[in-house]
Design a protein around this ligand. Structure first.
Ligand code: HEC
Ligand code: HEC
Length: 618
């Protein structure tokens, strides 16, 4: 029996040929692996639900399973998974049409959006939108005919016509739009841009921008929702304070704070202030002295708008706020939660464990909050009135977590920091970077903040820190846990687990992999030749283990040399250099890191743009 013949044979024949033809074993393994990939009834794969929507009947929900590349349809009453379908790599968000017949999933690492049809107990993939760079938040129009998507890699929000699959709208959005929300009347669409700290709103009737507002020092913008009366948009986020990362500063809330911002949908007329000066933005602080809130994420209104629910992924909890009692402050709310909120159960903090992300309330059963819990591989149903978890629905997971999974839990655990203000993920978002400077005192000096480096490929790009003064990754992790986070002394296993997790962090697939245009080829030649870059940035990782004087001046620390960062994934970073002084690659190569200052030859404008085309293709 030939190889091809065996490949074509159905399963039942394989038992016979197994004995005689060893390659059939390979065929069988292939088939088994194929079955594994579909995840149907495969309990052994980590699911990591990252987003969730509840269907209009209030009884079923869909989850986007980040590490399994699948979507699950869940029966919330029976506590079972009805159906699971593979979609794409690293699903990041979900939406469903108002009638509950259509759904869509953003496949972050496939740069695609899967379109699904829903029947009672089944899901069906009916199409796929390709070539959308890092799709994130999704929202359907009120009539279900248009799907809006935030493209974090293109800095755009697009509208897709469901029946023709055509992109019918393209709106530029501030840096890295991540979350979308549609007003209840269907007229306004809001997008929260995580890397620029801005919220932009569009009027869907006119197709024009409605307004854009900045959240001062805001980053990691996450949950986004209109108030039930559509008068405000709320957003959970973190605020960066300028102070060095010391134990005292952390304790005072002077490093990072967790907050909720409320933005007026319309300019509010004010009795005492001219309309232009009337406040349009309010905040509340969520942190409690000694017991802060880490990595606020999901946000939803429940119980007919009486309860505001917020998940905190880092401190593993669900915050339930009495909406009527929220003391919104125009301007800065201070470093700590208003003590009035803690009285009389106006704020309840419910321990959920794991890493709670999206929270949603069940239509028709408005006291039931449903939470996608990433690290528990589960959906939790919470009675928001009683304040307790009533059901945990397991989506499937291995019997024992791997070392990398345990490390992932530590990486996202704000309890590992002093007074639980933040986790590694707060700064190294999703193992990458939030793009902001922090003074972690890692350069043996005080008051010289450094850009948070991306941790993609970090295990292969030693020595570590911008100055390259750290030769040992385990020691770097130990220092991060004890002197950036000021958390409890980790065990040796904890450190090995975090390193195992760091070893899994690779850059995502390039959204434009075929970009081998002529300019890219010319740029590569310059990189290897005349511009002299390859001396320090050597393929395949475009770094080298040496430390160099690159004429950037002193940063005020005792160290004078710098270690070249890997240039892989450069298109997805910025600002650049150790203090983020270069906002663009053009500025970097013209002013701060010129080829001629690095023993290369000066470049013409045309050559510089070719070189940048090459750098952005890495
Ligand atoms: C407050 C923000 C912040 C937090 C929290 C944080 N880091 Fe960092 N991390 C930084 C900054 C800034 C640097 C650069 C320091 C330098 O080079 O002097 C850095 C550097 C690193 C490096 C060296 C990377 C390289 O390529 O050289 C590693 C590894 C690292 N951090 C891991 C972690 C881990 C693990 C945690 C959690 C235990 C953590 N960090 C928590 C901001 C942070
Ligand atoms: C002598 C060694 C050396 C040479 C030659 C060199 N670099 Fe660098 N490069 C470095 C070092 C060191 C850094 C980090 C500087 C810092 O810490 O701010 C760096 C940083 C960068 C960054 C910023 C990366 C980031 O994430 O912030 C880019 C982009 C870059 N180099 C591109 C180039 C290009 C393009 C060339 C050729 C024109 C080049 N480099 C030549 C050593 C070098």
């Amino acid at each position: 029996m030939g190889r091809r013949a065996c490949g074509k044979l159905a399963w039942r024949f394989c038992a016979r040929c197994l004995a005689r033809k060893p390659f059939c074993i390979l065929a069988m393994i292939g088939l088994t692996a194929g079955a594994m990939r579909s995840h149907e009834n495969d309990a052994g794969v980590q699911r990591s639900p990252i987003d969730l929507v509840i269907l209009p009947d209030g009884k079923r929900a869909l989850t986007a399973n980040h590490t399994a590349g699948s979507v699950s349809l869940i029966d919330l009453d029976a506590g079972t998974v009805l159906h699971e379908l593979p979609v794409g790599k690293k699903p990041s968000a979900l939406a469903r049409s108002p009638d509950g017949r259509r759904a869509a999933v953003s496949n972050l690492w496939s740069h695609s959006i899967s379109l699904l049809e829903l029947a009672n107990t089944r899901l069906k993939v009916i199409g796929r939108i390709e070539s959308v760079a890092f799709p994130r938040g999704l929202a359907f129009s009120r009539d279900g005919a248009t799907l809006y998507a935030a493209l974090a890699g293109d800095d755009e929000v697009v509208g897709i016509d469901w029946s023709s699959r055509a992109l019918v709208k393209r709106w530029p959005a501030p840096r890295e739009p991540r979350q979308l929300a549609l007003s209840h009347d269907g007229r306004l669409l809001a997008a929260a841009s995580t890397r620029s700290g801005q919220v932009r709103c569009w009027d869907l009737d006119t197709g024009k921008p409605h307004w854009e507002r900045s959240i001062v020092d805001g980053f990691n913008l996450r949950g986004l929702a209109f108030t039930p009366d559509d008068r405000f948009v709320l957003c959970t986020h973190i605020v960066r304070r300028e102070f060095p990362v010391t134990k005292d500063n952390i304790e005072q809330g002077w490093v990072v704070d967790s907050r909720v911002t409320r933005l007026a949908v319309r300019e509010l007329p004010s009795l005492t202030l001219p309309a232009r000066q009337a406040p349009v933005s309010w905040q509340i602080a969520l942190d409690v002295h000694g017991q802060a809130v880490g990595d606020p994420h999901g946000l939803a209104w429940g119980h007919a708008g009486k309860v505001l629910a917020i998940t905190a992924g880092g401190t593993h909890e669900l915050l339930l706020l009495d909406a009527a009692a929220i003391p919104w402050m125009a301007g800065d709310p201070g470093d700590f939660l208003d003590p009035r909120l803690q009285k009389n159960n106006r704020l309840r903090r419910l321990a959920l464990g794991g890493r709670p992300l999206t929270v949603a309330f069940a239509p028709k059963r408005p006291h039931l909050a449903v939470v996608a819990n990433y690290l528990l591989d589960a959906v939790q149903v919470v009675d928001a009135l009683a304040g307790r978890v009533v059901k945990t629905i397991n989506l499937g997971k291995p019997t024992r977590p791997s070392a990398a999974r345990r490390g992932e839990a530590i990486f996202h655990d704000a309890r590992r920091s002093h007074h639980q203000w933040f986790s590694c993920h707060t700064c190294h978002v999703d193992g990458h970077t939030c793009g902001l400077n922090f003074d972690t005192l890692n350069d043996d000096s005080y008051g010289n903040p450094k850009l948070t480096p991306s941790l993609h490929n970090v295990a292969r790009t030693g020595p570590w820190t911008w100055h390259g003064i750290q030769q040992n990754l385990k020691a770097a992790v130990h220092k991060s846990l004890t002197q950036t986070m000021f958390g409890p002394e980790p065990s040796r296993e904890d450190i090995a687990d975090v390193v195992a997790f760091l070893e899994t962090l690779t850059p995502p697939p390039h959204p434009r992999p075929a970009a081998r245009a002529a300019a890219v080829r010319r740029g590569e030649e310059l990189f290897r030749g005349k511009a002299g870059c390859v001396r320090c940035h050597r393929p395949p990782l475009y770094t080298s283990p040496g430390n160099y004087d690159v004429k950037l001046g002193s940063d005020g620390s005792p160290h004078t040399l710098w270690n070249p960062p890997s240039l892989l994934g450069l298109y997805n970073r910025g600002p650049y250099l150790h203090d983020g002084r270069a906002r663009t690659l053009d500025e970097l190569l013209r002013r701060h890191h010129t080829p001629e200052s690095l023993r290369g030859d000066a470049l013409h404008d045309k050559e510089r743009s070719d070189l940048i085309a090459f750098l952005r293709s890495l």
